[in-house]
Design a protein around this ligand. Structure first.
Ligand code: NAI
Length: 791
């Protein structure tokens, strides 16, 4: 035993193990193995099962059932059966259930923390101080949403049965992020925990029973990827919420395409951690500890790309190396441990492989020389230097305690490197200059940005990403919308798709041969443009008579239009007031031409009455969105004390808008106006059979100060053009109204763009169906920026 003077010399301290007696006793009770939790009871452990091990020593903790398609089916049926009564409870009654769960979780905090640490390998300090308190917080917060549901989300209803699939890095916290909002909104759920870490979900099932939750409201089916896939494919499921790897997210996007299932995906990341030269370096170094060594770096929003301004890089690196060396790695149940075990040998192998690749590519690995336990899965904290933006370790999510460090010269360059990734989940910015910090936060493509802090979470703030980090938000008001649907939308009836004959191409000669060239061209970059291939097609009126021709656009035209929209980025940074002015101007110029547009709609088949109503409604709608341009804004969330958490509405950037057949002018206006009012630039495909009222708008746009490239219009075969839009990497979001939903959703899986696609015709004249915050909300994504204050 060291003497006091030894200790003062070394400043080393001993172990402080947390007792796991309670968790061990619980595991002993379940020695015979766990079944699934279906319809309020545990099924008998199935003969097909798998062992769950403690990552810190490799010892078996429990045996868990491997969910089959039949188990998933039983759980979905139970959830469906429970849905009726559960969704009809008042918000207050549901709130009481959620409060009851929250209170039991609080009472069991120590047990759950220990169990989580044994199952996952994370330090008890983290499960005790971060994971489990946030779990309780999430249920309390969402009990509040349940209470307020009728007031805060009028006209909305629950989606139905939700299939939820979670990863192993924050097992109970991810469960809470999924189950709490789903239940608050009135849904029932089938949740599949990750195969490495199912134990706290099973303990949670017991809590549901103890809290008196009605049977079938929460069902837990344990299993692997195949179990998850069975849940995704089950036709009785109305929504899938998934957190995990981008590859599986992409599979799920494809598997759910065309099914009508609502989808939210929270996927991987490679988040930048930017240290400007005026940062408080000691604080930033502590930030790195929380960014990449928290949870052994197995964090989707880990700050794994550390970007340091050139002038301070050597000093910062020296401090960082010193701090890294002082980290304590070992028994996760030891309260004085900083880093625990890697979740599974499979994950450890993956980390090792990527690290080897990083070294082979010329990176220098600096790793803490700490002593690691002899059994279990361990990886000492590390950083890579001598890397480039395209190095594997700067590009690929390692999901381990390894960050790559690079320097940058100017703040401009920092943003450029930060955005050089296919991900867009989170970012951290360190600077004592609030202007610089906020400017960087605004320009980094990420769903969450932490200023002078990192990895902060709270139930009141949304969390989620952009680009290949997925779409949808969890937490806060924005997260609630993922589990709700407008009642009118849920009531829309599908129609049998009409197989339209392909548009017949007229070669260029036939157009030039006609006496007057009446071919409406495309509208790209603020200019009328001939279609790339030179073809056009006839547009027919009510009596089947050709009334004009429209350009037959192709892939190349879409690409040109996307390029033009990309260049018009000034629109996204223009003030909302400026955008409102332009929209008012469009409305004013259209109002001077009401008769002409009415005549055009009549010519394309509408009755006089309908044509008039459509033009009037289009006008009113443009005014409405002009009025909203500077009013549909963000919020400040109440999260932690001495923090402002800004929820900023950001435009997607370039959006594809594929318009419906019904109401060709109003359909276009109802979609394009909210998109541009919120700062997006659009590439729109009008109704193929009745495009002429939209092509007549070119002149209106030309005379209304709409900057070139903000609205681009490509006429032609809808589904062919939609596919190119869906596949295009520069298109961040896509709205599609037409019969080809499935093909569009499959194609969108490439860059995991957010799509909103429907084959169900809606009544565009109705203010409820055709206009409103529903459209504005999907024209933006919320970026949460956390700003601490105080000295
Ligand atoms: P994963 O994405 O395979 O697993 C996540 C969950 O999805 C698990 O519950 C799994 O059983 C389930 N799943 C797997 N295949 C499925 C399918 N085809 N259909 C439905 N569900 C399916 O992640 P994994 O293999 O555990 O980790 C691999 C890598 O993924 C990690 O190294 C890390 O880079 C990343 N990852 C990212 C996470 C995040 O939070 N962003 C979480 C976990 C992993």
């Amino acid at each position: 035993m060291p003497s006091v003077s030894d200790i003062l010399d070394t400043m080393d301290y001993g172990t402080a193990p947390e007792s796991n007696a309670h968790a061990v006793a619980w595991l002993k009770q379940h020695e015979a193995g766990f079944g699934h939790f279906i319809n309020g009871v545990f099924t008998k452990p199935s003969p097909k099962g798998f062992d769950v091990a403690n990552p810190a020593n490799g010892q078996k903790l429990a045996r868990v059932s491997l969910g089959s398609a039949a188990d998933v089916d039983a759980a979905v049926k139970a959830a469906r059966k429970a849905f009726g009564a559960w969704s009809k409870l008042s918000g207050h009654e549901r709130a009481r259930h959620l409060y009851a769960i929250a209170r039991i979780i609080q009472k069991r905090e120590r047990f759950l923390s220990v169990l989580e640490t044994m199952d996952n390998g994370k330090p008890i300090r983290e499960s005790r101080d971060i994971d489990i308190p946030l779990v309780a917080r999430h249920f309390y917060h969402h009990a509040g949403w349940a209470e307020l549901i009728a007031d805060e989300f009028p006209g909305h209803q629950p989606v139905g049965v939700c299939g939820q699939i979670i990863p192993w890095n924050f097992p109970l916290l991810m469960l809470a992020w999924k189950i709490a909002p789903a239940l608050a909104a009135g849904n029932t759920v089938v949740l599949k925990p990750a195969e490495f870490t199912p134990l706290t979900a099973l303990a949670f099932a017991e809590i549901c029973r103890e809290a008196g939750l009605p049977p079938g409201v929460v069902n837990i089916v344990t299993g692997d990827g195949a179990t998850g896939a069975a849940l995704v494919e089950h036709t009785g499921v109305d929504k899938i919420a998934f957190t995990g790897s981008t590859d599986v997210g992409r599979l799920i996007r494809k598997a759910t395409a065309g099914s009508g299932k609502k989808l939210s995906l929270e996927l991987g990341g490679k988040s930048p951690f930017i240290v400007h030269e005026d940062a408080d370096l000691d604080a930033a170094v502590e930030g790195v500890v929380d960014a990449i060594w928290f949870n052994q770096g197995q964090v989707c929003c880990a700050g794994s790309r550390i970007l340091v301004q050139e002038g301070i890089a050597p000093r910062f690196l020296a401090k960082l190396r010193r701090r890294m060396q002082s980290l304590r790695v070992g028994d996760p149940l030891d309260k004085s441990i900083d880093m625990g075990a890697i979740v599974d040998p499979v994950q450890l192998t993956r980390i090792n492989e990527l690290v080897e690749k990083g070294k082979a590519e010329g990176g220098t690995l600096l790793q803490a020389s700490c002593e690691l336990p002899t059994s279990g899965n361990w990886f000492a904290p590390a950083i890579f230097t001598d890397v480039e933006p395209s190095s594997t370790v700067m590009d690929v999510e390692i999901f381990g305690p390894v960050a790559a460090v690079m320097s940058f010269r100017t703040p401009e360059e920092a943003v450029q490197i930060a955005n050089h990734t296919r991900y867009g989940l989170a970012a951290t910015v360190w600077s004592e200059n609030i202007n610089l910090a906020l400017d960087t936060a605004a320009r980094v493509k990420a769903g969450v940005v932490w200023i002078n802090s990192t990895n902060l979470f709270d139930a009141a703030a949304g969390f989620g990403g952009n680009k290949e980090s997925g779409f949808g938000r969890e937490g806060g008001r924005e997260g609630m919308y993922e589990y709700l649907v407008p009642a009118w939308e849920a009531a829309l009836k599908p129609v049998a798709p009409v197989k339209a004959a392909p548009l017949s191409a007229l070669p260029p000669e036939s157009v030039e041969a006609s006496a007057i060239d009446r071919t409406a061209k495309l509208y790209i970059g603020g200019k009328q443009a001939r279609p790339d291939a030179g073809y056009s097609y006839s547009v027919y009126g009510a009596k089947g008579k050709a009334i004009g021709q429209a350009g037959l656009g192709n892939r190349k035209d879409i690409r040109n239009a996307v390029e033009a929209a990309g260049k018009a980025s000034g629109w996204s940074s223009a003030t909302a007031h400026n955008r409102a002015q332009v929209l008012y101007y469009i409305a004013e110029n259209l109002s001077a031409r009401v008769e002409e547009f009415t005549a055009r709609l009549r010519q394309m088949g509408a009755s006089t009455k309908d044509a008039k109503a459509e033009v009037e409604a289009s006008l009113a709608r443009i005014f409405w969105y002009a009025a909203q341009a500077d009013k549909y804004d963000g919020r400040v969330h109440s999260t932690k004390s001495r923090h402002v958490t800004l929820a900023m509405n950001e435009p997607w950037g370039v959006m594809g808008v594929v318009c419906p057949d019904e109401m060709p002018l109003l359909g276009f206006v109802s979609l394009v106006m909210p998109a541009i009012a919120m700062g997006n630039r659009v590439v729109a495909v009008p109704s193929p059979r009745a495009p002429l009222a939209v092509t007549d708008l070119y002149q209106v746009f030309d005379t209304s100060d709409v900057p070139g490239g903000v609205v681009n219009i490509v006429t032609g075969e809808r589904d062919e053009l939609a596919k190119t839009l869906a596949e295009h990497d520069e298109v961040a979001a896509l709205w599609y109204f037409g019969p080809g939903v499935k093909a569009v959703e499959v194609a969108s899986a490439g860059n995991l763009k957010a799509t909103r696609a429907s084959a169900k015709p809606r009544d565009w004249l109705s203010r409820m169906q055709g206009q409103g915050s529903e459209y504005l909300r999907s024209a933006v994504q919320v970026k949460n920026i956390w700003v601490p204050y105080g000295e």
